[in-house]
Design a protein around this ligand. Structure first.
Ligand SMILES: [Mg+2]
Length: 431
């Protein structure tokens, strides 16, 4: 069965109107998706993939995908499966596009959208949820589909196969437990920076009633207000629930040290992105000067090579991979394998559009096949789930294991139509 067409949509939801997603630096997010539909000879079988962005620039990501189409069109699904590593290498190392990368930014996120769609297509072809398709694959076959380029000094393919094989020994028990109990997550949806005290209070109380035990709030605009907000939430959730803060890169290294030392009395489980997401040495310096406060980062870590340095240098304590910033499973699984080798927990970034749907699969793959670390946690924020056909389900602060075929981030056709930018019904009515 052949791939006969690729459609790309620039979809934008007007979330800035409600302050959803607002943090110290992203004050007016319109949660958006560069949305790819891969059409096959069978009208029922389509690969759907996306990259999450926050408004302007989504069209650049969409445009970039046009350049990758010839590498995929007219190939059979089995050819794609067999040569997915080579196609990935051709896209990430496109002889001209690489000049405006390489392997970072718009080009890399465009690759993510295409490969998220291809992995969705493959798992649908075999009628399995993505996590199951990966778990059922022979370890050596899986490793051949991944990119270890520039990682070989830190982890070899042989080591990767050993990690996978070791985990397989307990697969029966671990599969049963994840399906029965779900995967633990924390909520970010109660503490956007644009929310008033009243709105945060109401949302935190509701979330406690819904069974949440881990809460993250945004900080980074004004220290006195940050202290006030952190105290407010800590008082609401009590001493035993976990509280994290996210500064979204707002502070310098020295400001991070001062501010974290002022906030740490509220017993923070971690501080996320205090400073530039590229500052491997800065993160280490912060860690050395804030006592036992854990740092988390990764949603803007541009590729596996950056992660290699963050992980080996112990510049972060929690590794927050992003399912669209890294160029899909080809690169994400190697990062998870390296984190496993170094015993560093993975706590994926989620929220936005489709990220919760993606990470629910990545968490299970990591849990069943990759990590022995006992910290199991993932982000959740239910933004935009009304536009997703089968949104990730969370009950009592746990992701329920998805069982439908595919990688789950499928936007409803009516939402694709209305929120297409700039000609969909919603946006054309605004101009
Ligand atoms: Mg964050």
């Amino acid at each position: 069965m052949k791939i006969i067409g690729i459609n790309v949509h620039d979809i934008r939801f007007p979330t800035s109107l409600d302050g959803i997603g607002s943090d110290a630096v992203h004050v007016d997010c319109d949660y958006s998706a560069t949305y790819v539909e891969i059409l096959t000879e069978s009208p029922e079988l389509r690969g759907i993939g996306l990259s999450f962005t926050i408004g302007k620039g989504n069209e650049l990501c969409a445009k970039c995908i046009d350049y990758f189409k010839p590498l995929v069109l007219q190939k059979t699904i089995l050819e794609i499966e067999e040569t997915i590593a080579e196609i990935w290498q051709k896209c990430t190392n496109h002889s001209q596009l690489r000049w405006i990368g390489p392997e970072k930014g718009v080009v890399h996120m465009a690759v993510a959208a295409v490969f998220n769609a291809l992995w969705d297509l493959l798992s649908k072809y075999y009628k399995k949820p993505l996590w199951k398709y990966i778990v059922d694959m022979e370890s050596s076959k899986l490793v051949k589909k991944l990119s270890f380029r520039y990682l070989e000094d830190a982890i070899t393919r042989g080591e990767a196969v050993s990690i996978l094989e070791n985990k397989r020994r307990d697969l029966k028990n671990s599969s049963r437990s994840i399906i029965e109990s779900g995967f633990p997550c924390y909520t970010t949806a109660t503490g956007w920076l644009g929310y008033s005290d009243e709105k945060m209070t109401e949302l935190v109380k509701q979330s406690l009633q819904d069974g949440w035990t881990h809460f993250k709030i945004k900080v980074g605009q004004d220290l006195q207000r940050d202290i006030h907000r952190v105290k407010l939430v800590r008082d609401l959730i009590g001493p035993n629930n976990k509280l994290m803060v996210d500064a979204n890169q707002m502070w310098s290294v020295d400001e991070s040290i001062i501010n974290i030392n002022k906030l740490k009395k509220f017993n923070l489980y971690f501080v996320e992105e205090p400073t530039s997401p590229d500052d491997i040495l800065g993160f280490k310096k912060i860690k050395e000067n804030v006592g036992n406060v854990n740092l988390a980062s990764g949603e803007m870590c541009q590729n596996r090579v950056m992660f290699k340095q963050f992980l080996i240098n112990r510049s972060l304590d929690f590794c927050q991979i992003d399912s669209c910033r890294l160029a899909s499973l080809n690169e994400i699984i190697p990062v998870m394998l390296l984190a496993s080798k170094l015993n560093i927990p993975i706590i994926p970034h989620a929220g936005g559009v489709g990220l919760c749907e993606y990470v629910q699969h990545l968490n299970i793959i990591n849990y069943l096949l990759i990590t022995d670390n006992k910290t199991y946690l993932s982000e959740y924020a239910e933004s935009c789930c009304e536009h997703i056909e089968r949104p990730a389900k969370v009950v009592n602060g746990r992701y329920i294991t998805p069982q439908e075929p595919g990688y789950s981030a499928v936007i409803k056709p009516s939402s694709v139509e209305s929120y297409n930018f700039p000609n969909g019904k919603f946006w054309s009515s605004k101009t």
